[in-house]
Design a protein around this ligand. Structure first.
Ligand code: PXP
Length: 246
């Protein structure tokens, strides 16, 4: 069975926020993604609100008809928001203000008591809890110990590897972490940095049930949509010119 695809629409909001405009709206993007077969919509509400806004989360909660997966830092503010909004799933991720994107996995092993408390609170609200960790068997075991139900394996280093040998080594790390998670009874997801060139080998790992992919899909949408967008604007200008008697 093919894995589920969670489409991360953060960067639709990035484009909107670049102009502090009302469009493009990640809510509209989410609906189109669902029409195209997305199994889940994923968003990251960051502490600095650099892309997704609280408004997006609230509306997506009402409009997403598949599943809504909220990536969030393990903080009291985010737990409160999640407790109120009740996404179908929360994925706990590390967050640093100065980073461009999530840079590494959550150190579950190093912050076990804190993470366990947050997992419990979210599970009490009937939210499925995932933790985003590096492909490291110790972190996977820690995820199991804090009673997360899902573990999302960080694929960033595999995606960044340029040499075939490095890619193979990183893929092996992913496979080892995935197998360890599946053995422990955790559901397994994967994501970060996956694109149209590097996703297929990871999709071949049978235990991975879900992929969360954002940047590559939004970037592709911008390019494959460019021709139509330009054509439509040219037609609109020509019509306006005709109406103005030019
Ligand atoms: N999974 C997690 C936990 C993430 O933090 C991100 C980035 O927000 C993704 C998946 C998607 O990564 P990308 O945008 O590189 O596809």
């Amino acid at each position: 069975m093919p894995p589920r695809l969670g489409v991360n629409v953060d960067h639709v909001a990035t484009l909107r926020q670049a102009r502090r405009a009302t469009y493009p709206d990640p809510v509209a993007a989410a609906q189109l993604a669902e029409l195209a077969g997305a199994d889940q919509i994923t968003i990251h509400l960051r502490e600095d609100r650099r892309h997704i806004q609280d408004r997006d989360l609230r509306i997506l909660r009402q409009t997403v008809s598949t599943r809504l997966n909220l990536e969030m830092a393990a903080t009291a503010e985010m737990v409160k928001i999640a407790y109120d909004v009740k996404p179908d799933q929360c994925t706990l991720v590390p967050e640093r203000r100065e980073e461009l994107t999530t840079e590494g996995g959550l150190d579950v092993a190093g912050g076990r008591d804190h993470v366990r408390k947050i997992v419990r609170t979210l599970r009490d609200a009937d939210v499925l809890v995932s933790v985003f960790v590096d492909p490291d068997v110790d972190q996977v075991r820690a995820a199991h110990r804090v009673e997360a139900q899902v573990v999302e394996i960080h694929t960033g280093r595999y995606c960044d590897a340029r040499l075939p040998g490095d890619q193979r080594r990183e893929l092996t790390r992913i496979i080892d972490a995935v197998r360890a998670a599946a053995k422990l009874g955790l559901a397994v997801a994967a994501g970060h940095g996956l694109n149209y060139r590097n996703a297929a080998p990871v999709a071949g790992i049978p235990e991975i049930e879900e992929f969360n992919i954002g940047h590559a899909i939004v970037a592709r949408a911008v390019l494959v949509g460019m021709e139509r967008a330009v054509r439509e604007m040219r037609e609109l200008l020509a019509e306006g010119a005709r109406a103005g008697g030019r």
